[in-house]
Design a protein around this ligand. Structure first.
Ligand code: NAG
Ligand code: NAG
Ligand code: NAG
Length: 367
């Protein structure tokens, strides 16, 4: 199918604010210009967009269209050029539709920055990396992922990652084809888009933070056994009926969890109202919290479901909800193994720091 075609939801970036002028002018002109600034600032359509349109100092540069020596044409080549040491490095990517996989393994911190006019807005992204690979051919779930992070202190800004392996006719007719495999500590994904159908985002282990993301899929499309991940202010786009999460914690001897804060659930492509579940337990200690989120009318009234009828795995799950809104928020038909929790538990135990152990590494523009 055509790249990006039916998968893509257009989220139009908000217009940027007018630039402030600092020349000295007559008092009346200054008053007029102040008034017009005020008008801009109170019009809700205006935000203080922060652009990143030039490579930061020292960055390795990627540009599909460049003929300059020293500029890489693929993101993978730029990654391969980085020293395998503990230094911090940045890769800057100019706009374009790139192809292939990116696999990051190095001891140092690595930052990926896509060209953007508005860094906190995923809808303004100009860089997409696409690949089409199913896990059964790749050899494992992780190896099918378009972006594979096996490193710590990684930051990814303003890029979209797609796995375009088919989109099937619905649950049961699909196979694992990942957009992200996340492994390692303190990795941040900021204004990033992840697009697939089944198993879009995999948090294999470690700690990760997703701020202002867009994540699309239908079946178990956010999953992981040992990873702990905090998703803030992100859009979860449901392209068919299915399950948003399949968290796979298998015992209480270790912690692993997904926390969603201010998520917005929407339907796209073949998604229809009342056909999604927040999760089903891949592991029998599956641990997931949704708080302060807008469910719209997206969920089945039961909210959560068993792994399967013959193998429910629901006895020891932690499926929690706090302060959500929308027609499909908590109601009398909720699954018996789900619960509502209070503010102390939702915002204390499951604060960013409570969830991830530390929060000093998180970019404050995305929380
Ligand atoms: C990178 O360095 C580590 C040791 O720090 C080593 O184990 C690994 O094989 C190296 N990788 C490459 C691609 O050279
Ligand atoms: C949507 O439904 C059509 C028709 O059944 C199917 O061909 C297509 O693969 C589906 N796409 C997704 C993302 O579910
Ligand atoms: C959970 O699953 C493990 C194996 O994966 C099993 O040993 C254990 O008994 C199960 N616990 C419960 C409460 O079902």
């Amino acid at each position: 199918m055509a790249l990006g075609g039916v998968f893509r939801v257009e989220i139009r970036p908000l217009p940027r604010c007018g630039h402030r002028e600092h020349q000295s002018r007559s008092p009346i002109m200054r008053v007029l210009s102040l008034l017009s600034l005020l008008a801009l600032e109170i019009s809700a359509a205006c935000i203080n967009a922060e652009a990143v349109t030039k490579p930061p100092a020292g960055a390795v540069v990627v540009d599909l269209n460049s003929k300059d020596a020293g500029v890489y044409k693929t993101i993978q080549d730029a990654v391969a050029s980085l020293p395998n040491d503990s230094s911090s490095r940045t890769i800057f990517v100019y706009p374009g539709k790139y192809r292939g996989q990116v696999i990051l393994r190095r001891p140092g911190a690595t930052t990926f920055q896509g060209y953007t006019e508005d860094t906190t807005n995923q809808g303004a992204n100009t860089v997409t990396l696409s690949n089409s690979l199913v896990a059964s051919v790749a050899g494992s779930n992780a190896k099918s992922a378009t972006l594979q992070i096996y490193a710590s202190d990684t930051k990814v800004y303003n890029m979209n990652f797609e796995n375009n392996y088919g989109n099937g006719g619905g649950p049961g007719s699909q196979a694992q084809a990942l957009a992200l495999s996340q492994s390692g500590e303190r990795n941040g994904y900021y204004a990033v888009g992840f697009y697939s159908y089944q198993d879009t985002v995999f948090t294999a282990d470690g700690t990760s933070y997703f701020g202002n993301n867009y994540i699309q899929g239908a079946v178990d499309y956010i999953f992981g056994r040992k990873g702990t991940a905090y998703f803030y202010n992100s859009i979860l786009a449901n392209s068919n009926r299915g399950f948003i999460t399949a968290q796979g914690r298998e015992s209480d001897s270790y912690s692993a969890a997904f926390v969603f804060d201010k998520a917005k659930l929407i339907t796209v492509v073949n998604g229809t109202d009342n056909k999604m579940y927040l999760g089903r337990p891949w592991g029998n200690h599956s641990t997931v919290l949704f708080k302060n989120s807008d469910f719209g009318n997206v969920l089945d009234a039961r909210g959560w479901t068993a792994w399967s009828t013959t193998d429910p795995r629901t006895d020891a799950v932690y499926y929690a909800e706090y302060n959500n809104m929308g027609a499909s928020a908590w109601g009398s038909s909720r699954a018996s193994f789900a619960k509502q929790i209070g503010k102390d538990e939702a915002e204390g135990r499951w604060s960013v720091k409570g969830t991830l152990g530390s929060d000093s590494w998180i970019d404050s523009r995305f929380r």
